[in-house]
Design a protein around this ligand. Structure first.
Ligand code: ADP
Ligand code: MN
Length: 354
């Protein structure tokens, strides 16, 4: 067992239950572990049916067991011990509901997707039309169904869970809480998306200039299209999962990277740079190829060179399971279609501004 450095609460958490922690260098994420989520991450690593999903999830490094009794806010400053994956299945009952998390001593160790961003603009989009397992008690199911119907979820398969956007004139981001996403109707979703992808002409305003933002939107659209294709081929239910979309809000950073892309979102730089450079922008490299197997497993090291300009991944698998014979998750596919439509609309609007 090795000790990890002290952890701090994740300042950039935009959704979900409190309690997500990060290491002080911001590279790793610690999240209270639920057995189904651990099982799913293990399955991604081992099950060939899920191999194509791997590139759309964050790295799962294992689980951690906290020493001693765990109090509220635990993890902070506490030494943590890495335990082997096999040792995680005991005490299942303790972990079977979000509300028990405070007494949990088991933690997922994940890659922090915001690592490397200077001013990460972050959106958590909850996917799907149903937020309960069939196994949940009837009252809980009724409550969750009502919530879906009262929000954009039931109609569109999408709810804006929460987001943050930076301006370059202020130290901290502007945060939009879950109340906003819960309060809007489907017809207001475009407005919500425009709030997360604002165009600004001045560094002191929220968002990026249109010519920096457009290629990011185009690439996000492409990636989310691939996620949709991938999920259409897997028979599973992703109850409560989200798309986590992150893009760089720092003008200098996006500006220098975006110069190498044209307005259509295609890479215009010649590709024959040395490998080190190519790796620095690996997160955007998949843009060139089609949805082919060639982009599956490129190296995962982005230690060198500039950080990523955007990332989109699926997160939150606490209620995800394979459902062989039952087809893909229709609610999640609907949600992805909604997101694609919203992005297309935003792309048109932003293009007009260039
Ligand atoms: P919950 O079950 O509480 O909803 P989530 O897995 O959805 O937990 O995570 C809650 C929040 O934590 C997300 O909205 C996001 O802001 C942040 N988060 C989760 N996973 C990551 C990650 N791998 N990298 C960065 N931030 C993350
Ligand atoms: Mn969540």
């Amino acid at each position: 067992p090795s000790n990890l450095p002290p952890t701090v609460p994740l300042a950039s958490q935009v959704g979900g239950h409190a309690g997500v922690q990060t290491t002080e260098d911001n590279s790793l994420l610690l999240k209270p572990a639920l057995p189904q989520e651990i099982a799913f991450y293990q399955q991604i690593a081992s099950d060939p049916t899920l191999s194509r999903l791997k590139q759309w999830t964050c790295k799962f490094l294992g689980t951690l067991q906290l020493h001693g009794t765990v109090k509220e806010g635990a993890g902070e400053g506490m030494p943590l011990e890495i335990t082997p994956l096999d040792g995680v299945a005991e005490n299942k009952d303790q972990y079977n509901d979000h509300h028990c998390l405070r007494s949990i001593s088991l933690t997922d160790l994940l890659e922090n997707l915001t690592h490397g961003f200077i001013k990460p603009n972050i959106l958590d989009v909850k996917l799907g039309t149903v937020f309960c397992d069939e196994s949940a008690p009837p009252e809980k199911r009724a409550r969750m169904e009502l919530e879906a119907r009262e929000t954009t979820s039931a109609e569109t398969g999408v709810r804006l869970t929460g987001f943050q956007v930076h301006s370059n004139g202020a130290p901290g981001p502007v945060i939009t809480s879950k109340a906003y996403g819960k309060g809007i109707t489907a017809s207001q979703l475009p407005e919500g998306i425009a709030r997360f992808f604002p165009v600004s002409a001045e560094q002191t305003q929220l968002g990026l200039p249109a010519n920096f933002l457009l290629p990011i939107l185009v690439r996000l659209h492409k990636d989310i299209g691939r996620i949709k294709v991938t999920l259409e081929e897997i028979e599973m239910r992703l109850v409560g999962a989200s798309l986590l979309i992150i893009y760089e809000g720092d003008w200098a950073t996006t500006g220098s990277v975006e110069e190498t892309w044209n307005a259509a979102g295609e890479r215009v730089l010649e590709d024959e740079e040395d490998d080190a450079d190519a790796e620095g922008v690996e997160d955007m490299e998949t843009v060139n190829d089609d949805n082919s197997a060639s982009d599956d497993e490129d190296s995962d090291d982005d230690e060198e060179g500039p950080g990523p300009v955007y990332i989109v991944k699926l997160i939150d698998f606490a209620h995800t399971r394979l459902t062989p014979g039952l087809g893909p998750d229709k609610g999640v596919i609907l949600g992805l279609r909604t997101v694609l439509g919203l992005l297309s609309e935003r792309i048109k609007e932003v293009r007009e501004l260039i």
